[in-house]
Design a protein around this ligand. Structure first.
Ligand SMILES: Nc1ncnc2c1ncn2[C@@H]1O[C@H](COP(=O)(O)OP(=O)(O)OP(=O)(O)O)[C@@H](O)[C@H]1O
Length: 308
């Protein structure tokens, strides 16, 4: 069963100076119980799509359904069924943790105790700070409180807009563990993120760029479509190395990747010729190794194909 269906959505923002086509005919479907990632850089259209699905924004054309309800016609019922965590911290900074929770529970005419099983794991982590004002929490704790508030009425579908942006690595990991737990409880989640490495935590992902979906599949399947040889290259001077690799005729793409530069090579490239080329350019401490593509490499390839 599909819990979210998006069919050819178009949304253009018009200002007096310019017109921005934020969604250029986006279609996708999220299965019931799925943890679905919407992955894309800043400005890709993630927030626009989520805001249409949670009924806060109306598309110019196309249609969308959440929990088999149409987003424009059935907006009132959808608002009761979904949990939504916007990208910017949207809780009351001057209220304490407990007061924020009580407030959201009251709005949805429920009590924390009523759906305690659902929020228990998260609530336990924020409980020690329950008398602290929300504005004084760390980034990771703010995210946990916002997630708890979004879950308080036991939604069937959860929409999370960049919940891990600006959050430290440990809190990011904890957050994804919480999402995996919610999946066990049958909640369908659509989560957006600019971090490509987070794709591997999702059942399926859609890669979005400039309002266009470039791929929708499991992270594994997307990765299998990367079929060029890939090298990781390092030397003592990484910046000139990057420039020299970019101008090498058998390299189709070069980009910094952790401690190395990743270089996508043409099929049948000559490894000895590459090494000689870099030695002639006076690079010392050269390290060249063949590596397997990560999901990030696959996304970078898909995005550069879309741009060219
Ligand atoms: N209210 C608005 N008025 C004009 N342009 C807008 C408005 N909201 C978004 N945009 C533009 O629409 C495009 C898509 O923005 P959107 O916020 O949906 O992207 P995003 O993937 O969520 O990225 P971000 O993380 O930067 O929010 C961007 O070019 C953005 O500048």
């Amino acid at each position: 069963m599909k819990t979210i269906t998006v069919d050819n959505l178009v949304k253009t923002y018009k200002t007096s100076k310019q017109s921005v086509e934020a969604l250029k005919g986006v279609s996708l479907a999220v299965n019931s119980g799925e943890l679905f990632g919407l992955i894309g850089p800043d400005g890709a259209g993630k927030t626009t799509l989520i805001r249409i699905l949670v009924t806060l924004l109306v598309a110019d054309s196309g249609s969308a359904w959440v929990d088999e309800l149409e987003v424009v016609k059935d907006y009132k019922i959808i608002r009761q069924r979904v949990g939504y965590m916007p990208g910017t911290f949207s809780l009351y900074q001057d209220l304490t943790v407990q007061e924020n929770l009580d407030f959201f529970a009251t709005v949805f005419e429920t009590f924390i105790e009523e759906n305690y099983d659902l929020v228990k794991d998260i609530y336990i982590q924020i409980e020690p700070f329950k008398n602290r004002r929300a504005g004084k929490l760390s980034g990771g704790m703010k995210q946990k409180l916002a997630l708890c508030c979004a879950l308080i009425h036991k939604p069937t579908v959860l929409f999370l807009d960049e919940p891990t942006t600006g959050v430290d690595a440990v809190s990011r990991k904890e957050f994804w563990d919480m999402l995996a737990n919610l999946k066990q409880q049958g909640i369908t989640t659509l989560v957006s993120t600019p971090y490509m490495d987070e794709a591997s935590m999702c059942d399926r992902v859609a890669l979005i760029q400039e309002g266009t979906i470039l791929a929708i599949d499991t992270p594994q399947t997307i990765n299998q479509q990367f079929n060029n040889p890939l090298l990781a290259v390092a030397s003592t001077h990484m910046f000139p190395l990057l420039n020299d690799l970019k101008t090498y005729d058998q390299a189709t793409a070069t980009y910094p990747f952790g401690e190395y530069h990743h270089v996508v090579m043409q099929p049948g490239y000559d490894p000895i010729r590459l090494e000689k080329y870099l030695q002639d350019k006076k690079h010392s401490g050269l390290e060249i190794k063949v590596v397997s593509p990560t999901i990030e490499d696959s996304f970078i390839q898909l995005m550069s194909k879309n741009r060219s």
